[in-house]
Design a protein around this ligand. Structure first.
Ligand SMILES: NC(=O)c1ccc[n+]([C@@H]2O[C@H](COP(=O)([O-])OP(=O)(O)OC[C@H]3O[C@@H](n4cnc5c(N)ncnc54)[C@H](OP(=O)(O)O)[C@@H]3O)[C@@H](O)[C@H]2O)c1
Length: 304
């Protein structure tokens, strides 16, 4: 079950993401979002006229619209026909993200254990006439063998992964004082280990094909940033803190490797998925998944 009640009303907006800067592309998405509100221009500063200062000047509607349109087209062109892996695409947030990417013309490998759901989604995308393709892949992410076979199938059939969206995650109501070890292992295997294995394999896939503009996005939670006083969520929260640390560590390693591949963590801002286990409590305001998937992933990729 999700710590949804606690997260309600306190989750920050998508701007609360920790963005893996440090690359020449790092500010693309942020810049475009800012462009919607204002255009930043250099003006001489009254305090230091020689240096100038960045001043917020409202952009006209048509100016901003035109700029966003150009960026959107550039983003779509950049990713068209490239391959994104979305883990946990059989439902919830992962399915919404996969659909949004296919709608924008990407080739998406969606994986999960309940592959039938992804097959249905693929058929839906096809009959809707979306320009991309959804390729369903059955994978139990708690098995390293399964993950490695999936990457090797992607390599042999489609060359490799350009975008890796580590979305799959689960929460079990296993407290620290009396929870089951198997529940902890389930959470750790998918939320932490699978995310790390997929990240490593995606990076190696990009490296061997000399892809220098790939993107690894980890879907995180506010539970990765604060521990709520709800015992059932404590182990889950620990796995999400791990996601925070892993993304920052990855960002540092990518910088050391002098690559422009980006690592970004997206904090999902509140109840929005089907909800692992019991789902959000009745009456909880559910964030609409489709628009949120756009904000959380497409914007990062420079596609709107
Ligand atoms: N929902 C929220 O309110 C919320 C808030 C903050 C953060 N998040 C994060 O967002 C992500 C998605 O959440 P959600 O609400 O969309 O969850 P969900 O609806 O329960 O979907 C979870 C997905 O993960 C997959 N998965 C779980 N265990 C797996 C395994 N062993 N192998 C392969 N796939 C597995 C599931 O597929 P199968 O069961 O078919 O394998 C499913 O596709 C998670 O990382 C979560 O921590 C969610």
């Amino acid at each position: 079950m999700w710590p949804t009640a606690e997260e309600r009303g306190v989750e920050p907006g998508p701007q609360a993401r920790q963005d893996g800067g440090g690359s020449r592309r790092s500010s693309d998405a942020g810049r475009s979002a800012a462009a919607a509100a204002a255009v930043t221009r250099e003006r001489p500063s009254p305090y230091d006229p020689g240096r100038g200062s960045a001043t917020q000047v409202p952009g006209s509607r048509s100016e901003v619209g035109g700029r966003l349109g150009t960026m959107a087209r550039a983003g779509m062109e950049r990713w068209r026909d490239r391959l994104a892996l979305v883990t946990g695409a059989s439902g919830g947030i992962g399915a919404a993200v996969a659909r949004a990417l296919v709608q924008q013309g990407l080739k998406v490998v969606g994986c999960a254990r309940t592959v039938g759901n992804i097959e249905e989604l693929a058929a839906e995308c096809k009959s809707a006439g979306y320009p991309g393709t959804l390729i369903p892949y059955k994978c139990d992410l708690s098995s390293e063998e399964d993950i490695l076979s999936m990457f090797s199938a992607v390599r042999s059939q489609y060359s490799g992964v350009d975008i890796c969206i580590n979305n799959a995650g689960l929460a079990r109501a296993d407290t620290l004082l009396s929870g089951s070890t198997s529940g902890w292992k389930d959470m750790f295997n998918v939320n932490v280990l699978a995310l790390s294995i997929c990240t490593r394999e995606a990076y190696q896939s990009m490296k061997e094909r000399k892809v220098d503009d790939g993107h690894i996005i980890n879907i995180n939670s506010m539970s990765g940033h604060r521990v709520v006083p709800q015992s059932m969520t404590h182990f889950y929260s620990a796995t999400k803190y791990a996601v925070t640390a892993l993304t920052e560590g990855l960002r540092q390693e990518l910088r050391e490797a002098q690559t422009h591949i980006r690592a970004t963590v997206r904090v999902w801002p509140g109840p929005g998925g089907d909800g692992v286990g019991t789902g959000p409590p009745p009456g909880t305001h559910i964030l609409p998944r489709e628009p949120m998937a756009r904000v959380c992933c497409l914007e990062l990729l420079g596609v709107y």
